[in-house]
Design a binder for this molecule. Structure first.
Ligand SMILES: Cc1ncc(COP(=O)(O)O)c(C=O)c1O
Length: 447
C-alpha cells in the first residue's frame, strides 16, 4: 500500500496543475500555491483591478512574435489586430518587427496612436465604409486588400495618391473549421471566388485603374486550422492564378498573403497548428508551383492573430456562489461570463479553469463554471473539474483568453467591459481601464 492509497487527496495535490501548452510562458505556482503570471499573483491582480480582468503576459506575446519571425525568416508576418488590439499590444508587435492588419478606422486609429508605421499597416474587411477607406488613405497605409466590386469603384474614384492593393480571393478550400469562421469556400461573404472567373474579372478591373497598383493576392481560409495541407492547396491555386495574370496582362504580382487562422489549444490535448510544419508546407508548395509555372517566388505574408496573443491571456474571475442542484450539476458561478467571453456561446468553445488563489488538497469534483448573465447558455466551462472545496471569494483563472475576448466583449446586462492589464517582470500595469456605469450612462444620451 502506498501513501497515495492511504491519503487519496495527495493524488490531486500532486497532479501538475498547469499545462504549458495553455498557460503563458511566465506562469508559475508560488510557494503559497497561488498562480503567478509575469511574476504577479493572479489573486493580487483580482484585488487590485477587480474581477473579471483580462491579464496579458507581455513576454508571451513577444515570444510568439519571435517564434514566427524565426520560423518564417523570409516571410512578412502581419499580426491580425482583430484578435486583440490595444495601443500597448500594437507597440509590442511593431517592436518585434511584425506588420499589422486592421479592419476598421477604429483599429487603424489605435495602431497609429501607438506609433505603428502606416506603411506596415494592411487594411482588410469585406465592408470597408467610406470612412474606413478615407482614414486609411489619409494615413497612407501600405496596402489595402480589396474585397468587393464596390470597393474597386470607391478606391478608383479617390483623388488620393496611387494605392498598393491586393485582391482577396476565395480559393475554394474548405479548411474544416467552424462554420462561423470558414472563409476559404466560395459561397460566403468574403473576397472574390477563383471559380467562375470572378477573381480574374476583379483583377482585370483593378489593373485598368491608374490610381490602383495591384501587387498581390490574398486569401484567408478560416480560423483554428491545425492541418497545414489546406494552406498548400490554396497556395498552389494562387500561384496558378498569378501565373495566369502574367500571361493575360503581363503583370507580375509579387506578394502572396496566405492570411491567418493558425489554431491553438484551448484545453489539454487539443491539436494546434505547428508553425514549422506550415513553413515546410509553404516551402515545398512554393518550390513546386513556382517551378511548374516558371513564376518568380512571391513574398509570402502571413497574418496570425490568435496564435500571437491567445496564450498570453488569462481571465481572472471571482467565485460568487457555488450551487449544487440535487440530482444535477454543481455550478460554480463567477462574476463574468458571456459578455467577456462570448466564444462558448458563439462556437461551443471549451476552456480549462484553475483555482488561482490557493493550493487546495481537496479531491477534484466535476463542475460547470457559469457566468452572471441572464441566459442559461452563459457557461464558461461545462465539463471541467475544480477542487471540491472551491467557495465564494476564490479566484479562478481561465487561460487562452488573450485573443477574441477583449475584442469580442459586449456590455450585455449593462455590465461594463473588464480592464486589460499587462504583467511583466513582477509588475502589473493597466492597458485598458474597466468600463464603468458612468461610461454606459454617458452614451445613453436620449430622454
Ligand atoms: C483576413 C484575416 N487575416 C487574419 C485573420 C486572423 O485569424 P486568426 O486569428 O485565426 O489567426 C483573420 C481572422 O478573421 C482574417 O479575417
Amino acid at each position: 500500500m502506498t501513501l497515495l492509497d492511504i491519503l487519496p487527496s495527495l493524488r490531486s495535490a500532486m497532479t501538475p496543475r498547469l499545462d504549458p501548452d495553455l498557460w503563458p510562458v511566465t506562469t508559475h505556482v508560488d510557494e503559497l500555491g497561488r498562480i503567478t503570471v509575469g511574476g504577479v499573483a493572479l489573486c493580487d491582480v483580482a484585488d487590485q483591478f477587480g474581477t473579471p480582468t483580462y491579464l496579458l503576459d507581455e513576454r508571451d506575446v513577444r515570444y510568439r512574435c519571435r517564434v514566427y519571425r524565426d520560423t518564417f525568416p523570409e516571410a512578412e508576418i502581419a499580426y491580425a489586430g482583430k484578435a486583440l488590439l490595444t495601443r500597448a499590444v500594437a507597440a509590442w508587435i511593431a517592436d518585434e518587427g511584425l506588420s499589422l492588419d486592421v479592419c476598421s478606422a477604429g483599429e487603424l486609429a489605435i495602431a497609429l496612436s501607438a506609433g505603428v508605421d502606416p506603411r506596415r499597416i494592411i487594411l482588410h474587411g469585406n465592408v470597408k465604409t467610406s470612412a474606413d477607406l478615407t482614414a486609411a488613405r489619409s494615413a497612407r497605409v501600405g496596402r489595402i486588400v480589396v474585397d468587393s466590386p464596390t470597393e474597386i469603384t470607391m478606391l478608383s474614384a479617390s483623388s488620393a495618391p496611387r494605392q498598393n492593393v491586393l485582391v482577396r480571393v476565395t480559393p475554394g478550400v474548405d479548411a474544416g473549421t467552424h462554420r462561423a469562421v470558414t472563409t476559404g469556400i466560395d459561397d460566403q461573404k468574403f473576397g472574390f471566388p477563383l471559380a467562375h472567373d470572378q477573381a480574374v474579372d476583379a483583377i482585370r478591373r483593378i489593373l485598368g485603374q491608374p490610381r490602383l497598383n495591384l501587387i498581390g493576392l490574398h486569401c484567408h481560409l478560416g480560423s483554428q486550422i491545425v492541418d497545414t495541407e489546406c494552406y498548400g492547396v490554396a497556395l498552389d491555386r494562387l500561384i496558378a492564378t498569378m501565373a495566369q495574370v502574367r500571361l493575360d496582362h503581363g503583370t507580375i504580382l509579387t506578394q502572396l498573403n496566405l492570411g491567418g487562422g493558425h489554431g491553438v489549444s484551448y484545453r489539454a490535448g487539443d491539436p494546434a497548428l505547428d508553425p514549422s510544419a506550415l513553413a515546410e508546407t509553404i516551402e515545398d508548395v512554393l518550390d513546386d508551383a513556382c517551378a511548374r509555372h516558371r513564376f518568380p517566388r512571391p513574398r509570402i505574408v502571413l497574418e496570425p492573430g490568435r496564435a500571437i496573443t491567445a496564450r498570453a491571456g488569462v481571465t481572472v474571475y471571482r467565485v460568487v456562489s457555488v450551487k449544487q442542484v440535487r440530482g444535477g450539476r454543481t455550478f460554480v458561478c463567477v462574476d463574468g461570463g458571456m459578455s467577456d467571453n462570448p466564444r462558448v456561446a458563439l462556437y461551443g468553445a471549451r476552456y480549462t479553469v484553475a483555482l488561482a488563489n490557493r493550493h487546495s488538497t481537496a479531491p477534484t469534483t466535476p463542475v460547470t463554471v457559469a457566468g452572471r448573465y441572464c441566459e442559461s447558455g452563459d457557461e464558461i466551462a461545462v465539463d471541467t473539474s475544480l477542487p471540491g472545496d472551491v467557495r465564494p471569494g476564490d479566484v479562478l483563472a481561465v487561460p487562452v483568453t488573450g485573443a477574441y475576448h477583449h475584442s469580442l466583449a459586449s456590455t450585455y446586462n449593462a455590465v461594463g467591459r473588464p480592464p486589460v492589464v499587462a504583467a511583466a517582470a513582477g509588475a502589473v500595469r493597466e492597458l485598458v481601464r474597466r468600463e464603468t456605469i458612468a461610461d454606459l450612462l454617458g452614451r445613453d444620451v436620449g430622454r
